[in-house]
Design a protein around this ligand. Sequence first.
Ligand SMILES: [Zn+2]
Length: 186
Amino acid sequence: MTPELKAAVAFLMELPKPFACGLRHARRFAPKLLTAMAFLGWEEPDEYLAMELVAKSADGLADPPAAIGVRIEDLRPRHIVVRDRAKPAPQTPPQAPCPTHPGLEAAGCPQCAAADAMDRQRRELDAAKGIDDESARKALEAMLANRGPQSRAARGREHAARQGAQAREEASKRDAYLRELEALSG
Ligand SMILES: [Zn+2]
């Protein structure tokens, strides 16, 4: 087996689920894949090739890995695939933008959700250390009132307290905004 054939077999077996081929399909499709690649400007199996082969959903396929054989036959030239992938998805401005992340919808804003999750995690860590929001706030106030040379740990706590306060403020802004929207539509 040539190194190229071996790489193609490995590539087919490592496709994302549910398209990952078993050895039987991978061995059957690998020579066909190499031929198509040589014709279509694919020097090696890369992430674009993987994306292209699994781009169409597996809905309705009884045996998704078997469909890879057909998709190899329909493979497009690499430069076309790369060109199409590089196009930004058409963007529609959000109807009800998040007050903190104006490019995103307020309802289910993923950035707010991420900030919430970070804050929750921080609070859990703090709770494990016996620090609640109130004591974190007091510690922050005390630190601000008493500026002086700070230890690294103190700076870390201050940073965490600031981040937490900011995340909570953003979350409450968004909640208020969503309540307003609800009131308007209801
Ligand atoms: Zn947001």
